[in-house]
Design a protein around this ligand. Structure first.
Ligand SMILES: [Mn+2]
Length: 402
């Protein structure tokens, strides 16, 4: 049996207002081809199928178009919800999709046994992103621990319960768990939204019982192994979702199961459909680099331009703006640009690294920087304010998701 693990498609995603639907379409074409050629039996999508809880019509159409292709190839699919997905939106067509051998678990299921999906020679625990309410239910009556600790315990308990059920009912079948969560020590990019109390309730690899032969994770957009454990992995997103991922090799993971064991885990490179590049220097340097730029990928390259000049000069700003306006052809377009002058007086924006985009800075690090400037505050006060802020932020995010 051949299984593919992928996650974080973020259909409908825009990068600085530029649509990524062509990137998604090329990835899906490639994936369909790969599944057909390799005769893949099962496809796992571990959350964040869509970028938004209420995705645009085009993104939904692309999703259903893809599922339609899968039915033809007789590849079973298991889809779980991520923190970007609306659980209800994903779940809405689940009954009809189920008839087509497509299992959807948008949100946590009660009773939990229903997250256990039994195939001919494999068991999959389809765990979606666990929201606050799901976790509170799991650890009801256990007080005394901090909120962060409760979330972590809730997640562990969820997986432990599933492991027990699987072990008891299907002791001889290989077992895979899916998940959409934040694990400690991972390398993040700029395109993941913080989850589970602003990432504070990150889990460790020991969260997953040895009962699971493989853990197929989503949420982190760079592919990686957790805690040095080959069997616990993030597949990462199949296309770059931010400039910070411009040099990452995107992948899907291929698992081969026979003799009731996962025999091999292979990394399959996803082709690069679009170049993301950062071009920096003085205005003159940037100008010549833009002229010399060669597109190496199929789609129009997306560029980020950063000009650094010695002395403040409004004419240079105008010249840069003019340059950006005219520089837009089939081979490349500038998605964002920025200019700074070395002799300018430092302002609050200089608190952050040059080239950092405001929307890439998390709310928490923004407040953190602000509090650092506040000399009259005690450490205790700062911690309290940070905690209160984190709670408020989570309430707002939870509201946005619902
Ligand atoms: Mn994601």
């Amino acid at each position: 049996m051949k299984i593919l693990h992928t996650a974080d498609w973020h259909l409908g995603k825009k990068l600085h207002k530029h649509d990524l639907s062509k990137d998604h379409q090329l990835f899906l074409d490639w994936l369909i081809n790969f599944i057909q050629e390799q005769k893949i039996d099962l496809l796992l999508i571990s959350g964040d199928v869509f970028d938004l809880a209420n995705p645009p019509i085009e993104a939904r159409a692309m999703y259903y178009w893809f599922l339609r292709q899968m039915i033809q190839l007789k590849c079973k699919i298991i889809i779980t919800g991520g923190n970007h997905d609306s659980a209800q939106m994903l779940d809405a067509p689940k009954d009809i999709l189920n008839l087509l051998d497509i299992t959807v678990v948008g949100g946590a299921i009660n009773p939990i046994e229903n997250e256990v999906i039994v195939l001919e020679n494999l068991v999959v625990c389809a765990v979606p992103y666990l929201r606050d309410a799901d976790l509170r239910q799991a650890i009801e009556g256990e007080s005394g621990a901090s909120r962060v600790e409760n979330v972590r315990l809730g997640i562990k308990k969820h997986y432990d319960t599933l492991a027990e059920i699987c072990q008891e009912k299907y002791p001889n079948l290989p077992k895979i768990a899916m998940g959409h969560l934040y694990a400690h020590g991972v390398s993040t990019s700029e395109s993941e939204r913080e989850i589970q109390i602003g990432n504070e309730a990150g889990i460790d690899s020991d969260c997953f019982s040895q009962t699971f032969d493989y853990v197929a994770l989503g949420h982190i957009h760079r592919p990686q192994i957790i805690g040095g454990n080959e069997r616990i992995r993030y597949s990462g997103s199949p296309i770059p979702l931010s400039f910070s991922e411009k040099n990452d090799q995107k992948i899907v993971l291929l698992l081969e199961v026979f003799d009731n064991k996962i025999q091999e885990i292979k990394t399959i490179d996803v082709p690069k459909f679009r170049d993301l590049k950062r071009i920096s220097g003085t205005l003159e340097e940037v100008k010549s680099k833009l002229i010399a730029h060669q597109n190496e990928a199929q789609l129009q390259a997306f560029l980020e331009v950063e000009v650094v000049e010695e002395t403040f000069n409004p004419l240079i700003i105008k010249e840069l703006n003019d340059l950006i306006t005219v520089f837009d052809d089939e081979s490349a377009t500038v998605l964002k640009h920025k200019i700074s002058f070395k002799n300018e007086v430092k302002s609050s924006e200089e608190l952050f690294v040059e080239g950092q985009n405001l929307e890439d800075i998390s709310e928490k690090s923004m407040l953190q920087k602000r509090l650092e400037k506040e000399n009259s505050l005690s450490d205790e006060h700062r911690t309290l304010m940070m905690e209160a802020f984190t709670e408020l932020l989570q309430m707002v995010e939870q509201d946005n998701e619902n």
